[in-house]
Design a protein around this ligand. Structure first.
Ligand code: PLP
Length: 445
């Protein structure tokens, strides 16, 4: 792990660059994990990444360690206190007393962990949490996994079979692509949708030829840009073609749509005809992921999903916390929380509009400022950090090579002064680094 300005790879690179990589006969035999480390670090892509980390040690803000955090989203890094605009806990529920109480109350009764795969046994808390999630979403049932990644990796191979066609939107989260790779290994045909466009979807499916089942896997909110694909049009198209949509709505859960039911609920009005995967770690500030389903489908998914069968569960205190968050979401307090979040989002986007700074997103709590160049993206993140604001520099491969973004996550517990301060800092940094605005297209001299 690194703190700002420190990386731990320098000596490794030095050693690598001092030789050809082949040992002379006289050299002592490498021991322990060294041969593996050396072999992996000679991989071209790894080497480029290591060189970049070393060359830009003071610039990028990767692997940050917080020495302290506070209720109003301040964090301390190496003695430097900054407002944290890099948290997915969009509603601030990670600091909510009822969530803390639920965790604290469940701990002595149920222990820190159940210690078994759910396929063997679970505390009854899991049933309660799944029922509450289903009631909130207006669906017959839900099925909890320990993370969205494990949901995607378990579910995509579970819902497809040999002869089926799985269309994966290119901009989907890495875990959707990983799940699709496993589905392909199990015999499904997987094709990529290069743009989330209904006509492109029709073309891709037509080109793929005959198939049995058909699934489109796509994000509800793209995690890096905060943009949202046209789910209503894509759903109409995939259903016309006889298929179903699988929406990873990790960032929409609790934030987008009616009562935070997500991007698919907002676009389609109902979750009856989709498989919606939501996050319990982001706006929920607990742990895990879930998929909407029926009780019958859930039984089948339990039989077919390897991450359910062979993996561990969400620990009991966090299951209790999920139920507590469902109660909050169904209470009038949620209107205040969401209202506070949405007013901060529009305060920030209105401010960016006034500055002429271009961005993606704003339909969720992710607003990504367009920078472009990779080094400039790190430089912008670093300059904001020095001014007291932490936002994430999203660079290749998470975004296209010249599509660097400064990713800002607005939280309901950000004080308004922090949002205003961030806008002022963005204005100054965009001027200092001559970053693109609507008024100034040229970025570099
Ligand atoms: C769209 C999407 N899916 C999945 C994940 C992974 O979620 P988890 O941390 O629960 O595995 C993320 C995380 O940011 C995400 O943005």
């Amino acid at each position: 792990m690194t703190k700002v300005g420190q990386v731990t790879v320098g000596s490794l690179l030095q050693r690598l660059s001092s030789g050809t990589g082949r040992r002379s006969a006289a050299a002592p035999a490498a021991e322990g994990l060294e041969p593996l480390t050396e072999r992996l670090s000679r991989n071209k892509v790894t080497r480029i990444a290591l060189s970049f980390l070393d060359a830009n040690a003071g610039l990028h803000l990767k692997d940050l360690l917080f020495d302290a955090t506070s209720d109003d989203r301040r964090v301390v890094v190496d003695g430097h206190s900054v407002w944290n605009f890099g948290s997915d806990s969009f509603l601030g529920l990670d600091r909510h007393p009822r969530v803390h109480e639920a965790i604290a109350a469940a701990l002595p009764e149920w222990g820190a962990h159940n210690g078994a795969s759910r396929a063997f046994s679970s505390p009854v808390l899991v049933d309660e949490a799944e029922e509450k999630l289903a009631a909130w979403l207006g669906v017959p049932d839900t099925f909890i996994f320990p993370s969205v990644t494990l949901a995607n990796v378990g579910l995509l191979p579970a819902i497809t079979q040999p002869g089926d066609l799985l269309v994966v939107d290119r901009e989907s989260h890495d875990s959707v692509h990983q799940g699709a790779r496993l589905a392909a290994a199990h015999g499904a045909r997987v094709v990529e949708l290069t743009e989330p466009d209904p006509a492109a979807l029709e073309r891709v499916v037509a080109r793929a030829g005959s198939h049995k089942g058909l699934v489109l896997a796509i994000d509800g909110v793209y995690s890096m840009s905060g943009r949202m694909p046209p789910l209503a049009e894509l759903d109409a198209t995939i259903r016309k073609l006889g298929g179903i949509m699988y929406v990873d709505d990790a960032h929409g859960t609790g934030v987008v749509g009616p009562r935070g039911r997500g991007a698919a609920a907002e676009a389609l009005g109902t979750l009856d005809n989709v498989l919606m995967v939501g996050s319990l770690s982001k706006a929920f500030s607990c742990l895990g992921g879930f998929v909407t389903c029926t009780p019958e489908l859930k039984t089948i998914l339990k039989i077919r999903s390897s991450t359910f069968i062979f993996g561990g569960p969400v620990p009991p205190p966090y299951l209790a916390a999920i139920s507590a968050v469902c109660d909050i979401i169904m209470s009038p307090e949620y209107d205040d929380l969401l209202g506070g979040l949405r007013s901060r989002i529009s305060r920030f986007t209105d401010g960016l509009d006034a500055l002429g700074v271009e961005y993606h997103g704003g339909g969720s709590a992710i607003i990504s400022l367009k920078v472009g160049d990779l080094e400039q993206t790190f430089a912008a993140g670093r300059a904001l950090f020095d001014r007291g604001f932490y936002a994430q520099s999203a660079t290749y491969p998470a975004v296209p090579i010249h599509g660097g973004l400064l990713r800002v996550q607005i939280n309901a517990n950000h004080p308004l002064e922090a949002v205003d301060g961030l806008l002022a800092a963005v204005e100054q940094v965009w001027k200092d680094l001559r970053l693109p605005t609507r008024r100034r297209a040229v970025t570099k001299s």
